[in-house]
Design a protein around this ligand. Structure first.
Ligand code: ADP
Length: 333
């Protein structure tokens, strides 16, 4: 395999080249440093002697044999498959930093929650007093504070959800519930906060599923809020529910801005927001990521179809049968 000599020697990444039998033929100075072994002790041997973990995929994480560091690797096959080149990078510090950041987010989230609970409680008392005193102006102001507090509570809950998903600790409490009841309750909630769009439901199903009620409500509400937010000037949102052999299919359809085809693949990524629209619409780019992870945790999947300036269709599928009662799902992120 041909690699430019100067690049090979000066690269910050450790580079190891294997021949067609899988034996190491060359290593660069960064690899000597990373594996803490002289070139003579490495060349001619199998890479697996120096690595803990699986190197089968084209990208992944492994450790140096018997050590705790995390190495990210990339595998490149030479044309004609006569040799393989591996790049290794030590990402231990980066991982630690990410863990610290997420730990901070989780602590900060919990710390922010308790003063907000106090604000809500005091608000409730003031709201009652304003009603008794028939002070409409005061009542209106308190309701505004209340709604802002609710927004903050929701944002904090989303931040905490991200930490849970990342740490594979999203817990689902499954119970058998009528999907139509869930749908009705979400639409009632949505209609309280949304005055611009009516929701039209097309549904001939009547199934009960084992699912986490609060979490699936969160998914539907999120899709409805997005449908309204990203279809300004329109007044309708459709919901279609259908049953197939194995899945319940729920579509939330809007007639709004749509999503350009080149962006559609990124829409479920964490923190992703469509470029050019971030300033016009509030948001953090986390709702769809959380919603699709919740659906996946139920053994389902979420999809999107869209046409620019014509509207979007968010579709999620939930399995009709789940055998488990109360499960701690492990999620892949
Ligand atoms: P947020 O709405 O807070 O930005 P989401 O994760 O819910 O975050 O959505 C990610 C992005 O996907 C949004 O910023 C928006 O650009 C796009 N998007 C989501 N739902 C729709 C929709 N119904 N129509 C058009 N674009 C949408």
């Amino acid at each position: 395999m041909h690699v430019d000599r100067d690049v090979f020697k000066s690269a910050l990444d450790a580079i190891i080249i294997l021949d067609s039998r899988g034996l190491i033929t060359e290593i660069n100075p960064s690899a000597v440093k990373l594996f803490k072994k002289g070139k003579a002790k490495i060349v001619g041997r199998a890479l697996s002697e120096f690595i803990d973990g699986n190197l089968q995929k084209n990208r992944g994480e492994v450790s140096p044999k018997g050590r705790g560091e995390t190495l990210q690797y990339t595998k490149v096959r030479s044309t004609g498959k006569r040799g393989i080149l591996y790049f290794f990078r030590d990402i231990s510090d980066l991982k630690l930093e990410m863990q610290r950041r997420e730990h901070f987010l989780s602590i900060a989230g919990h710390e922010l929650k308790s003063p907000l609970a106090t604000i809500k409680a005091i608000n409730y008392l003031m709201l009652r007093r304003s009603s008794i005193q028939k002070d409409d102006f005061l009542k209106e102001q308190i309701q505004k504070v209340n709604s802002k507090a609710d927004t903050l509570i929701r944002l904090i809950a989303e931040l905490l959800d991200i930490t849970k998903i990342r740490h594979k600790r999203l817990e689902l409490t499954l119970e058998k519930v009528s999907f139509n009841k869930i749908l009705k309750s979400v639409i009632d909630d949505f209609e309280k906060i949304n005055k611009t769009h009516r929701v039209e439901v097309h549904n001939k199903t009547n199934v009960s599923l084992k699912l986490d009620k609060a979490r699936i409500e969160q998914v539907i509400l999120n899709l409805l809020k997005n449908a309204a937010k990203y279809s300004p000037g329109k007044d309708a949102i459709f919901i279609n529910v259908e049953k197939s052999k194995k899945y319940l299919k729920c579509e939330i359809i809007d007639f709004g801005l749509g999503i350009p085809p080149e962006q559609i693949g990124k829409i479920f990524n964490l923190y992703y927001r469509l470029p050019g629209r971030e300033r016009t619409f509030d948001g953090l780019g986390v709702g769809l990521f959380i919603a699709s992870e919740i659906v996946k945790a139920h053994g389902g999947k979420m999809k999107v179809k869209s046409a620019l300036n014509r509207g979007s269709q968010f579709i999620f599928y939930l399995p009709l049968t789940t055998k488990l009662n109360r499960v701690r799902y492990s999620l892949t992120v």
